[in-house]
Ligand binder design. Sequence first.
Ligand SMILES: O=C(O)CCC(=O)c1ccccc1C(=O)O
Ligand SMILES: [Mg+2]
Length: 342
Amino acid sequence: MAFTHRPLPTLTELLASASVVSLPLNTRFRGVDAREALILRGPEGATEFSPFVEYDDVESLAWLAGAIDFGWVPTPALLRESVAVNATLPAVAPSAVVGVLARYPGCRTIKVKVAERGQTLDDDLARVREARAILGSEGRIRLDANGGWNVDEAEKAIHALAEYDLEYVEQPCPSIDDLWEIRQRVKYMGIPIAADESVRKVDDPLEVARRGAADLLVIKAQPLGGIHSALDIVERAGLPVVVSSALDSSIGIAMGAHLAASIPVLEYDCGLATAALLTTDVTAEPLIPVDGAIPVRRPTLDESLVQQSLAAPDRDAWWRDRLTRVYGLLVELSESSGRHGA
Ligand SMILES: O=C(O)CCC(=O)c1ccccc1C(=O)O
Ligand SMILES: [Mg+2]
C-alpha cells in the first residue's frame, strides 16, 4: 500500500485536531444504530478516521493512512463536479422499503443488501421484489451479499433473484476462490460479479483482478489507504469500478466523492449516498443525494453540530487510544519502507 504523505503529521497534531462523534442512524445497518467516527482537522480540510469498531489495529492502518491523505495531501485533479449514486437499502422488512428509498431522491440505481445473517432467501426475494416494484422496470438493481453465501447458496439465490433484473452481485461469497467459482457458474446468465471485501480486506487488493475472479471492483478510499492509493489500484486493476463508502459522515463521503471525481471513466453509479442514513451530520450541508447525484465538494465542519454529536467520554477515550496505537503502526511502517527505499 502506498502512503503518499511524508512526513506524517505528528500524533500531537492529530489528537489536538480530533473530535469523536456518534451519529445516530435512521435505519439499522450492519447491526448498529449509530455510527462512530473520529473527525480530524487537517490543512486541506476536515477528514475522517472511522474503521468499524470491531476492526483490529492492523486492519485500521490503511484507514488512518486514508484519513491523513485526505486531510494533509492535496486531492488529484477533479474530472467531474457531481457523482451519480445508488440508493443503499439495508436488510429491512418489505414494509420499510418505501420509507428508506424516499431518502434517495432521483436515484435510478438501488443497492439491496441480501444474505443478512438470521434472514432467509425468501426475505431477500420479498425485499428485492418491493424495491423493483417501487423503482419501476427501468432502474437498476444491484445486490450486496457481504460474503454471506457459500457457492451453492449463491448460485441458488442468484437464480431466484435474477427475475428482478440484476445489474451485478457484490461479494456473493467470502473468498477469492469462491468468487471465481460463482462467476463461472453465473456467467451464462450475464450477471456480473463485483468484489468488495476481497479488495479491501486482503493483503493484495489486485489479486481479484489478476485472477479474473470478478467483473468489477468496489473501491473504498479510506480502507484502501486514501484517494491516491485507491486511484493507483484502479489504474492497475484494469477493471470497471464502483466507488463506495463505508457508512461515513459527509466528511468520509467527500473523500469518496473526490476519488470518484478523479477516475477518468466511471461506468457505474457510486455507493456514496449513505449520509442519507444518518439522522444528523457534522456539516450543515451534508453530501446527500439530490437528483440522484452528490456534489463533489469538501463540506466545512459545523462546530455546533460536532458539539451536539460528541461521543460519550469513554468512547472518546477509546477512539483516541485507537488513533494512538494505529499511528504507532503507521510510523513503524513508514520507517521500515523508508529504510528499504520503497
Ligand atoms: O455501497 C453502498 O451503497 C454503500 C456502502 C455499503 O454498502 C457498505 C457500508 C458499510 C459497510 C460495508 C458496505 C458494503 O458495501 O459492503
Ligand atoms: Mg459491499
